[in-house]
Design a protein around this ligand. Structure first.
Ligand SMILES: Nc1ncnc2c1ncn2[C@@H]1O[C@H](COP(=O)(O)OP(=O)(O)OP(=O)(O)O)[C@@H](O)[C@H]1O
Length: 406
């Protein structure tokens, strides 16, 4: 009994297996990269661009990466974990105590599954690794700093904030305030030089970046650059094919994702025949098909006409309200902050304000001083206030009119 108790306290779990898969997958990618680099420089050496001596360092790096990957594959922890419980299980059988025997059986089955999964994960280089949600905070940024070169000023300077699960957050700032740099750091295109980004409680590192990205969907600025397929359907299918989703399930996923953005009747249409707003809706559907928890809109409305702009803003609100998605909208369009739960104001690489839209909009002089335009709706609210007509913060003109007509 004591040995079973002890085993339960020290046994390996699915989290350990997941950590192992993440490590294995990272080593596998490092090995591939080092190998590619070696072959690239081997070609260059053949062409006389680099010397044989220089090539040696790439060969050594590639060999080391291969060895490191193989060493991780040789991990004995899960086999040992199984052996220990097998021994305990077999001795428990002889004692013939039914409750303990049942517990030992359960532990043995669990350890056997872990061992089997470990063997499979070695075969597929840890591809199935997943991060679990350890926290209700969707995105946590802590003391983030970034410079594009050592003698450049900070593009991001000690930025910290939290975005809760299901929250709609607008990140606003004038040109050069650091919005794009922040967005690149959130999606892992740039790595933190100081500080951390955590997604659902997991600090993002080079090792778990691929897994962390599974929580994220991104919609960029230019609708034309985002269309990869020859039709709406092919475009949404692209990400699913990359993820090797079962082709039988794909049709349904594509239809559902298109329906969420009102594009289900356009599946056979070519990109040429779509408006900018419709193309952005397809980009959103492509992201939604992969079912991310967090959607980042990086200046996604800035190239659209007023109608397209309005459509995409409405979809962002719907995604939060109906699908409980976390929305991060990086924008210089002040109108976008009206729909947000929280606004992060950036200036000169620093976060200079964070709060609810109505709190941020109170500071009109400050916003003007950092070259941000006050939304027309807020100016109307302010003018009404000056006339003694008190109104609550509205998300759009219709809401304000309704308040006034009550
Ligand atoms: N690739 C780069 N190399 C050097 N400096 C850069 C680079 N990209 C951005 N910067 C600088 O970093 C600072 C922050 O720029 P960033 O692009 O993040 O701001 P932004 O708020 O997104 O601006 P915009 O709205 O114009 O895109 C600026 O001073 C900018 O000049």
């Amino acid at each position: 009994m004591d040995s079973l108790k002890k085993f339960k306290q020290t046994k390996l779990t699915t989290k350990d297996l997941n950590d192992f898969k993440i490590k294995l997958h990272a080593k596998y990618i490092q090995m591939l990269e080092a190998n590619n680099e070696f072959f690239k420089f081997k070609e260059e050496e053949k062409q006389g661009k680099i010397s044989k001596e220089d090539l040696v360092q790439y060969k050594t790096k590639s060999k080391e990466a291969k060895k490191e990957f193989k060493d991780v594959c040789k991990d004995k922890s899960f086999t040992n974990n199984y052996k220990i419980i097998l021994k305990i299980h077999n001795s428990t059988t002889r004692k013939n105590s039914s409750v303990i025997l049942e517990q030992a059986k359960e532990e043995l089955a669990e350890a056997k599954n872990l061992k089997r999964e470990f063997i499979d994960s070695v075969k597929d280089h840890g591809k199935g690794a997943q991060l679990t949600k350890l926290d209700k905070v969707a995105v946590k940024v802590e003391n983030l700093k970034f410079k594009y070169a050592p003698d450049f000023p900070y593009a991001l300077n000690d930025v910290s904030f939290e975005i809760n699960d299901g929250e709609y957050v607008a990140v606003i700032g004038h040109n050069g305030s650091g919005k794009s740099t922040l967005s690149k750091m959130l999606i892992g295109v740039l790595s933190a030089q100081e500080g951390h980004v955590s997604i659902y409680g997991n600090v993002v590192t080079q090792d778990n970046l691929d897994q962390a990205r599974k929580f994220l969907g991104i919609v960029f600025q230019n609708p034309d650059n985002q269309f990869i397929g020859s039709s709406v359907e092919a475009d949404i299918a692209f990400g699913l094919e990359n993820k090797r989703v079962n082709p039988k399930e794909m049709q349904k996923i594509i239809y559902e994702a298109a329906k969420k953005v009102g594009m289900e009747n356009f599946l056979d249409k070519e990109p040429l025949n779509l408006s900018g707003g419709q193309k952005q809706r397809v980009a959103i559907a492509s992201a939604l098909a992969l079912n991310p928890d967090i959607l980042i809109f990086d200046e996604a409305t800035s190239m659209l006409d007023p109608k397209g702009n309005r459509e995409i803003k409405e979809i962002m609100v719907e995604l939060r309200d109906k699908m409980r998605k976390t929305i991060i909208s990086i924008t210089h369009d002040m109108d976008e902050i009206l729909n947000a739960d929280k606004v992060i104001v950036m200036n000169g690489g620093k976060m200079v304000k964070i709060g609810k839209p109505e709190e941020v909009l109170k500071e009109k002089e400050f916003l003007r001083s950092i070259k941000l335009e006050i939304p027309f709706l807020s100016l109307v609210e302010e003018a009404l206030g000056n006339q003694g007509i008190k109104v609550k913060h509205s998300q759009n003109m219709d809401e304000l009119v309704k308040q006034l007509c009550k």
